[in-house]
Design a protein around this ligand. Structure first.
Ligand code: SAH
Length: 215
């Protein structure tokens, strides 16, 4: 455990990088002010934990930028009673934040070592998140339907399995596209119809799997 308190830079991050950039969901902002991001990054990067940027977490992967974590949850319109699937657990940071906003949080990661470390960390810090190793491009059929599916890895299209595992009125917020020109997309299920909105340009690691890219 680190002895010095990082709640000052954490609150500065919420005001400066989130509120000032027009994020408005107070429940998401409160969760961002609560979760200690420094616990989710490698020890030698702790002093950069509240810079608004992705950081390396090993296995060629990154912890998402705070702004993108908060924006994704706000855009997914997550309510207090929602069941949510988080694709790409990584460090577990986004899952921890989402678990404070939703009712049930499922998080799936394809890299065994990352999933194990994240699951241990989430438990130690007291976040109620169900973590599984597997190909999240196929969703998590046993736990469906979900009110929201959020992803931190970009595939070529929105996987059909995610649409199939969405509750009526449910939302998917995910990056879609090739390496350098991805768009954050929101898909909303209304009965048998899916409404798709393109929200902003983003850059994420690739979604690797059956309905993502090849390894
Ligand atoms: N939300 C994470 C971000 C991790 S980066 C955080 O806050 O730390 C995205 C993660 O998606 C990587 O860990 C990568 O291994 C994982 N990933 C890529 N393809 C995947 C797939 N098909 N299923 C599950 N996880 C996947």
């Amino acid at each position: 455990m680190e002895s010095h308190d990082l709640s000052v830079p954490r609150h500065r991050m919420v005001d400066h990088d989130l509120r000032r950039r027009s994020l408005r969901d107070e429940r998401v902002l409160a969760a961002m002010a609560h979760v200690p991001r420094e616990e989710f990054v490698p020890r030698w990067l702790r002093d950069q934990a509240y810079a608004d940027q992705p950081l390396e977490i090993g296995d060629g992967q990154t912890i998402s930028q705070p702004y993108m974590v908060a924006a994704t949850l706000e855009l997914a319109r997550i309510g207090a009673g929602d069941r949510v699937l988080d694709v790409g657990t990584g460090s577990g940071y986004a899952a921890a934040v989402a678990s404070l906003v939703a009712s049930e949080l499922y998080s799936i990661e394809r890299i065994d070592g990352l999933a194990r470390t994240a699951a241990r960390r989430l438990q130690r810090l007291g976040y109620d998140v169900k973590v599984r190793v597997g190909d999240g491009s196929l969703g998590w059929p046993d736990a469906a339907p979900f009110d929201a599916i959020v992803a931190a890895a970009a595939g070529p299209v929105i996987p059909e399995s995610w649409k199939a595992q969405l509750a009526d009125g449910g939302r998917i917020v995910a990056p879609i596209g090739p390496r350098w020109e991805q768009q954050l997309v929101r898909v909303t299920k209304r009965g048998d119809e899916f409404e798709t909105e393109t929200l902003m340009e983003v850059r994420y690691v690739p979604l690797i799997g059956d309905q993502g890219y090849d390894n």
